[in-house]
Design a protein around this ligand. Structure first.
Ligand code: 13P
Ligand code: ZN
Length: 271
């Protein structure tokens, strides 16, 4: 059996969690990541009949039955993922009833998957419907994105438009814009359902006054989306209290999107 800690998916997960921690996006146990392991032959690394324990999920994920996810643990610190992956991460398979997760590896100290598992799995289901290559759902609390939530409207057209204006490349990186949810109670099936609904349309979803969700075919895509939003939000927070004397106008945003041939939200431009 190959050493699972040497696998590409494990290295990607550890490096994402460590980078997110060092960027200050994920204090304490803040943030969570789930990675759909469809493209890997897990039998090279694990005994797939060796279910360590079964964990009830409290919601149904019918279309994911039999699928395996590498996921961060609830209450676990991103800071510690690198030094102790087996306690802070787990690999689960969605059981036949669609309501139970079968633990195949990790959560060694008796832990369980993130409390945001409903939002993760519901978002995976939603993204897979529009892009069958989607593999990652990532949740984080990036500082400037969160700060911006307190001083900017939480209207998704206005929020996206402001961020597009903050860095020239934003409209090229997230032409599909950002979905925005109002403040909601986290860890619930309700916020999961609301996030998944937005994920049918957007790869990025802001949770008002809480954080952000990103999705992608790869860890780099999900990470890069959040990283670009956070950079733009930082520019906003550095400049929004100062007189604005220059701006990227809608004609220039349109020019960028057309030159780089991206399918952008035309209805998010006002002119
Ligand atoms: P978990 O520790 O359960 O993953 O929760 C962290 C978080 O960010 C909740 O939104
Ligand atoms: Zn959170």
């Amino acid at each position: 059996m190959k050493n699972i800690l040497e696998s590409k998916f494990m290295k990607e997960m550890i490096s994402a969690a460590s980078n997110m921690y060092r960027l200050g996006w994920d204090e304490r146990n803040g943030g969570n990541i789930s990675y759909l392991l469809k493209d890997y032959d897990l039998s090279e690394y694990l005994d797939l009949n060796g279910v360590i324990r079964e964990i009830p999920m409290g919601f149904e994920a019918k279309s994911l039955v039999g699928q395996c996810f590498l996921v961060t643990g609830t209450g676990k610190y991103f800071k510690n993922v690198e030094s102790d992956p087996e306690n802070n991460l787990g690999i689960v398979r969605i059981g036949k009833d669609g309501k139970t997760a079968e633990l195949l590896w990790g959560f060694k100290d008796g832990g369980r998957f993130t409390s945001e598992f409903p939002a993760h799995l519901m978002s995976h289901m939603a993204r897979l419907k529009v892009d069958d290559k989607n593999r990652i759902i990532m949740h984080s609390h990036p500082t400037n994105t969160l700060a911006m939530n307190y001083v900017h409207t939480l209207d998704e057209k206005e929020f996206t438009h402001t961020l597009w204006q903050m860095c020239t490349e934003c409209i090229v990186v997230f032409p599909d814009g950002i979905g925005v949810l109002p403040w909601m109670l986290c860890g619930t099936n309700e916020i999961g359902e609301a996030t998944a609904k937005k994920m049918e349309e957007f790869r990025l979803v802001v949770w008002g006054m809480h954080g952000i969700y990103g999705s992608g075919r790869t860890m780099d895509e999900a990470f890069g989306l959040i990283e670009t939003v956070e950079k733009a939000a930082e520019i906003f927070m550095l400049t929004s209290h100062l007189p604005r004397i220059n701006t990227i106008n809608d004609g220039q945003l349109r020019e960028l999107a057309e030159f780089f041939k991206v399918d952008y939200r035309k209805d998010f431009l006002s002119e």
